[in-house]
Design a protein around this ligand. Structure first.
Ligand code: NAI
Length: 639
């Protein structure tokens, strides 16, 4: 076999080790699955006392199906055959008479999780990288290799549907708590633990009575409730997969192949839905953006110095510390740094869910009012007020004190990088690293190359962005870069609609129905109406600037931050009343048109290298409806 090795140990246990040839991660393509058949053939001929699956890769256990292979399928029949292949072999694995175990260390996704579910036992190794998930729904597909059958049997339908309908990751401790893993053990004892458990004869954990009912006679009730929840987030027209998962689980025993082809929840319907193609496209965008982080050779930043502990700087510093960097955070006074530290402590608790780890993260974040960190830092990020002279003076000083190899970056949204760079002796050192608000939620970071930025520096900036687990998008130093330059005309159009007398509720409802995460009027309120006006003036300009927004700003109604803008805010929530007026679909088309045109123009102007990257940037930077495959894909495929 090319990808699997079988080892029989002294206890009579067979270890099946997957180490996919010529790849850094294990994926389950045709060859690997065919060889899994051979593994089972061999065990039939010569039954072991137990069979343990483990990975030969450092990177993790199994990353899931081979998505490349998935894109080569050109007919629903081929898609069915691929599902059948996995469904059959995992059923065969689940039926063997000797005990089986999956030893999961690192990522375990999709088909990898389904393999683990087909084993009698599962051990999750307690490491930060261990994550189990069924993320198929995010690609517009379904866990068709037995996940929909077995996960609800093992963890109960509520937890199973939550995993399958959101695609969320489960860490090792949580996997143990919810019964997805039988044990959660530290790496040093994992092999012994696996040996003991596989030979233990222990019967698999039983579901509590109520959960059994929910996975039996009460199935359709549970499914209806879940369907209502899904409907709040995604329409079946845009996202058929979650509805298919519910139907397959509730009515077809989790067998995707059993749904009649003409049903909207069948594999065939999903296969021909443009959403599936587009979500797979979005998956590859992500891979492409990640690739920009791999071009900087040995650059391995460890210490980040952030200047400006405001809305952005504070959150950037916290994020870097969360991702393992040592961070010094500078502002004019300790008092200005304190709120950022408090926000960071909350973020660490929420994200790490472990007091000790949260403490370590907080220890990595060091208030530094004197700016001593500049001398040691590998990356220096400026996030002070948006004022050219202040930034120029700051960088001239930083350049004198920083290590010659340190990356000098500005988070500016609207200043020209080249104008800041002339304050430096070596302007080629300055790069833009432009985060989005809220930092912890937005996956994209624009890496801005100014006229003078050295290509190597831009590559290092992208590598740093990857290092903190964000997606870098290289852009040119043009007003608004990509993301703000497409958002501004879209929001402007929304504010014009307000001037025409439409209600904020109608406008926002139209865009929510289109699939945006938030309507443009609420977005303007969230960004701050003063900021929205300033950005609009800079990026859209013209004589017919929206008027109502100016009145609100004059009256001190700046949006969410002041408690009132277009909406009133109670506990941070916009108070919306009803919705009516123009048909949302037409209105959505009117609102989105300036965004689509802006994206097209920015590609033509070379602000972003190609249409794919524009689509990627707008999806990851604004949440633009992913089912469309991005604005330019939408523009092209729209009837
Ligand atoms: P902010 O006003 O919340 O924070 C700025 C902080 O910088 C203040 O705490 C201030 O005391 C400090 N500061 C000013 N001059 C300083 C100096 N010489 N030395 C040390 N600290 C100094 O501003 P915000 O919103 O965080 O923006 C910062 C930068 O980030 C700006 O360049 C802005 O364009 C950019 N940005 C803002 C976004 C946003 O949504 N607010 C989004 C993306 C970028």
């Amino acid at each position: 076999m090319k990808h699997w090795t079988l080892q029989r140990d002294a206890d009579g246990i067979t270890w099946a080790i997957l180490d996919k040839a010529g790849a850094s991660t294990n994926t389950l393509g045709a060859e690997v699955m065919a060889e899994l058949g051979q593994v089972l053939d061999e065990c039939d001929r010569n039954p072991p006392k137990g069979l343990i699956f483990k990975s030969g890769k450092e990177a993790g256990f199994i990353a899931g199906a081979d998505i490349e292979e998935f894109t080569t399928l050109d007919s629903p029949e081929k898609a069915r055959a691929l599902v059948q292949r996995g469904w059959d072999i995992y059923n065969r694995l689940a039926a063997v008479r000797y005990p089986t175990l999956a030893l999961v260390r690192g990522h375990c996704m999709g088909g990898g999780t389904e393999l683990a579910l087909a084993c009698r036992y599962r051990i999750a190794v307690d490491e930060p990288g261990t994550k189990l998930a069924l993320p198929e729904v995010m690609l517009g597909i379904v866990p068709g290799w037995g996940g929909m059958l077995r996960l609800p049997q093992i963890v109960g339908p509520a937890a199973a549907l939550d995993m399958m309908l959101t695609g969320k990751n489960i860490d090792a401790k949580r996997a143990k708590r919810m019964g997805l893993a039988d044990e959660c053990v530290p790496p040093r004892v994992m092999e012994n633990a696996a040996r003991m458990l596989v030979l233990s004869g222990q019967s698999p954990r039983e579901l509590p009575f109520m959960q059994k009912l929910m996975n039996g006679p009460l199935k359709s009730m549970v499914a209806n409730k879940a369907r209502d929840q899904v409907a709040k987030r995604a329409s079946p027209r845009h996202y058929p997969a979650p509805y298919a998962i519910l139907d397959m689980w509730a009515n077809y025993g989790g067998n995707a192949l059993a749904v009649p082809v003409d049903k909207p929840t069948s594999l065939d319907s999903i296969f021909v839905s443009p959403t599936t193609k587009n979500l797979v496209r979005v998956f590859f965008f992500q891979e492409r953006l990640k690739g920009f982080g791999k071009e900087a050779g040995s650059f391995a930043p460890r210490h980040v110095h952030v200047i400006g502990a405001g809305v952005m700087g504070g959150d950037i510093a916290a994020w870097c510390a969360l991702r393992g960097m040592t961070v010094t955070l500078q502002d004019q006074t300790v008092e200005r740094i304190a709120p950022a530290m408090a926000r960071a402590a909350k973020l660490f608790e929420k994200k790490l869910r472990d007091k000790k780890l949260a403490r370590f993260a907080l220890d990595r974040l060091i208030p530094d009012p004197a700016g001593d960190g500049v001398r040691q830092a590998d990356v220096i990020i400026e996030a002070i007020f948006e004022n050219l002279e202040a930034k120029r003076a700051l960088f001239a000083d930083i350049e004198r004190r920083a290590k010659p190899s340190a990356l000098l970056a500005s988070n500016t949204s609207s200043l020209k990088l080249a104008d800041i760079a002339t304050a430096l002796q070596q302007p080629q050192r300055l790069v833009g690293i432009h985060f989005f608000n809220p930092v912890a939620m937005m996956p994209l970071v624009e890496v801005v190359a100014g006229a003078t930025t050295s290509p190597d520096v831009a590559k290092q900036a992208a590598a740093f962005v990857r290092k903190i687990d964000k997606l870098p998008l290289p852009v040119k130093d043009a007003p608004g870069f990509l993301v703000n330059a497409v958002l501004a005309p879209y929001m402007n159009e929304a504010l014009r609609c307000i001037d025409e007398g439409m209600s904020p509720e109608t406008i926002d409802a139209a865009m929510l129905a289109f699939g945006m995460p938030m309507g443009p009027v609420e977005l303007a309120d969230t960004v701050g109406l003063d900021v929205a006006v300033a950005v609009g003036e800079q990026l859209v300009g013209g004589n017919d600037a929206p008027k109502k927004v100016l009145e609100l700003v004059k009256a001190g109604k700046l949006g969410k931050k002041s408690g009132e803008g277009f909406y009133r805010y109670v506990d941070g929530k916009a108070q919306k009343v009803g919705a009516g007026g123009t048909a949302p679909e037409e209105l959505a088309q009117r609102l989105v048109a300036p965004l689509l045109q802006a994206a097209k123009r920015l590609v033509e102007q070379g602000v972003v290298a190609d249409a794919e990257l524009a689509d990627a940037g707008v999806i990851f930077g604004t949440g633009f409806a992913p089912y469309t495959g991005g604005p330019l894909n939408y523009l092209q495929s729209r009837p």
